[in-house]
Design a protein around this ligand. Structure first.
Ligand code: PRX
Length: 631
């Protein structure tokens, strides 16, 4: 790339532009806005449909939009089956490396056999079209086999991140009313065994709907198996019912493909629903265009499949596009901080897609861990999950990418299914800006009066149109979907993402962060209300207020203000106990950085905790308008 010092921008070289799948932005963008439905119908033609749609966009039941209405499709037919009839059949679909050094690879042919076997096992346990299966697994190939197996037979997967606690897991199983849970005995993380089956055992006690737990053996440590409920996958897989042939179900374009729980402003996580048709089209189009996918690429999305990034860009989009995906089980710095760079060299990875937190975490070990490896195979880099600070951007660009790889800083959400704001490899880049709206999207920054703000001014990010990757709703809670995303701009019909941003004179979008009660810690999305209710569930805590404060490595860290029961004295021991209590209730990602014992919390007269005031006080900033403060 070429750096223009005056503009502070990085320009793509001719090579990058010449080989790009999309060579021009403005014209195609204009077309995609003026002919949105035609644009998406053209992209949908890249996929195999059992039956073409009758209507590209059905908006009769706003905001429950239906894309490709009347169409019949299955995402697995596109991610696997259709490749079996081409040269892709013999191509490597998945390369996996375990933290302990195990390596497994699967061609598309082999992937199909594994997924079909898993699908037949699920069927033999009575799983039918529309049933929701909860998957709680480490990052091993069986995790994605299980997801694909559900989709293949028209069942719905609800993947719960393997770092969540038994409480968080059981809450999600109960909401989904899963009858079948798929797990593993454990996984390897920083050289230690994680006891996933033990956590499942505790979680399902509180889930009356669970009848079957299927466990994949990964670590081989001792686990408790309950008679008539728990089955080892390797036992089931060796039975004649687990044939490697299984018909792929013809699902409607708007049939649910998966449910993924995410945090919002209330204490209860929301089950976002995505469906087979629009999601397949949106994720595969964004992946093909933004990551400039070539048939020979080896693509590594370092996210866990337990999050939306893993669903969309580790699993579905790359397989639909016939790529070779790489998947790694463990910690980036195990046994040494060169683990990732060693694997990029070893497997010849072409595209790396990860988070600013991971980049900052590896940056602190110094350049030599990276530069001792030959990373010349890398062609493109990606970032997601939180704003990337220019310092981390430059390190990623210079030390990892060797000053030749454009960085795709992609802004999107669990709700959006795929990239909404992103550069293309042909675009000049500004470190820290996610650049421009992806095709089909009209994105603005507005003030409280819903008017567009001037260039450079901060405001609320809004999306003025709908797109095929948009979630179809919140499971069992349509009102919440309307209230959270559509109420604020009801008159205009805009989508409200909950982020603040500014747009500069060149039309580049700079996302600042969440403007609601959601916080991003190491790129993980958590609700302040969830952490507060975890704290209040401790017998000695009366009230809690949680805020994010800037953190060098994590982006944000959790600071909790806590009021104790009368007669209880604050102590270091109690601080540790409360931190551990949150870990027990939610998982290690929600562990507060600091507990501050307080006598009172700033509240409005209606009793709402003013987190804004807490934050301003902690940062020594102006508290703003506090006229509504009760005390
Ligand atoms: O605040 C934005 C931030 O992550 C939020 C969405 O979180 P989640 O649903 O967990 O999905 C994360 C992965 C897509 C957004 O509301 N965010 C995501 N990507 C970026 C970002 N903030 C700034 N820049 C990004 N590239």
């Amino acid at each position: 790339m070429i750096f223009d010092e005056n503009k502070g921008m990085y320009f793509p070289t001719e090579d990058i532009v010449n080989q790009a799948n999309v060579k021009e932005y403005e014209k195609l963008y204009k077309y995609s806005i003026e002919h949105r439905e035609e644009f998406w119908a053209e992209q949908a033609e890249y996929l195999d449909w059992f039956k073409k749609w009758d209507k590209v966009l059905d908006d009769t039941d706003k905001p429950f939009y239906k894309w490709f209405q009347g169409g019949k499709i299955n995402i697995v037919h596109n991610a696997i089956d259709r490749h079996l009839k081409t040269a892709n059949r013999n191509k490597i679909a998945v390369i996996w490396e375990g933290e302990n050094g195990d390596v497994r690879t699967f061609s598309y042919h082999a992937l199909n056999r594994e997924v079909s076997k898993f699908a037949n096992v699920l069927k033999s346990m009575g799983v039918k079209k529309g049933d929701i299966v909860t998957i709680y697994m480490p990052q091993i190939p069986e995790q994605i086999f299980a997801m694909l197996a559900c989709a293949k037979i028209g069942a719905v997967h609800s993947v719960v991140y393997g770092g969540f606690s038994n409480e968080a897991l059981s809450e999600r199983i109960r909401d989904a009313e899963s009858r079948v849970v798929v797990t593993a005995d454990g996984g390897f993380r920083r050289g230690k065994v994680t006891d996933l089956k033990g956590i499942v055992n505790e979680a399902v006690v509180l889930c009356p709907t669970v009848e079957v737990v299927i466990t994949v053996k990964r670590t081989g440590h001792d686990v408790y198996m309950e008679n008539d409920r728990d089955y080892w996958y390797h036992d089931l897989e060796s039975l004649p019912i687990a044939s490697p042939n299984c018909e792929t179900e013809e699902t409607d374009a708007n049939d649910m493909l998966f449910l993924l729980y995410t945090s919002g402003s209330t204490g209860k996580p929301k089950g976002m629903m995505h469906s087979h048709g629009g999601y397949s089209v949106y994720t595969s189009t964004t992946h093909r265009m933004v990551f400039d996918i070539k048939p020979e690429d080896r693509f590594w999305c370092a996210a866990d499949p337990g999050w939306i990034t893993g669903h969309s860009y580790l699993l579905y989009a790359p397989l639909i596009n016939g790529s070779t995906i790489f998947m790694y089980e463990g910690a980036p710095n195990h046994p040494y901080p060169n683990r990732w760079w060693r694997m990029i060299e070893k497997y010849g990875i072409n595209i790396l897609y990860t988070s600013p937190t991971a980049i900052r975490g590896l940056m602190r070990y110094g350049d030599s861990w990276v530069t001792r490896h030959d990373l010349s195979s890398l062609r493109l880099l990606g970032s997601v999950g939180e704003p990337i600070n220019p310092e981390a951007w430059r390190w990623y660009y210079k030390v990892v990418g060797g000053e030749k790889c454009p960085i795709m800083d992609t802004w999107w959400q669990t709700e959006t299914g795929g990239f909404m704001i992103t550069p293309l490899p042909i675009m000049p880049l500004k470190p820290g800006s996610a650049s421009k709206p992806f095709f089909g999207n009209e994105i603005s920054v507005v003030n409280e009066q819903h008017e567009e703000v001037k260039a450079g001014e901060e405001g609320a990010l809004v999306i003025k149109n709908v797109w095929p990757g948009l979630a179809s709703g919140i499971y069992k809670d349509p009102e919440k979907f309307v209230e959270t995303y559509w109420k604020k701009y009801e008159k205009e019909g805009w989508y409200h993402p909950g982020d603040s941003a500014r747009i500069d004179e060149d039309g580049y979008i700079w996302v600042i962060g969440r403007s609601d009660d959601v916080i991003k810690v190491s790129g993980y999305r958590l609700g302040t209300a969830e952490i507060e209710s975890a704290l209040v569930s401790h017998p000695l805590v009366v009230e809690a207020g949680v805020i994010p404060l800037p953190h060098n490595l994590k982006g944000n860290a959790i600071h909790a203000f806590v009021i104790l029961k009368t007669g209880t004295s604050p102590s270091r021991e109690l601080e540790t106990e409360l931190k551990e209590h949150v870990v027990k209730m939610m998982g290690p990602i929600a562990k507060p950085e600091e507990i501050i014992f307080s006598e009172s919390l700033p509240k409005t007269r209606s009793g709402k905790i003013m987190r804004r005031v807490l934050k301003a006080r902690a940062l020594g900033q102006d508290e703003g308008d506090i006229s509504t403060l009760e005390e």
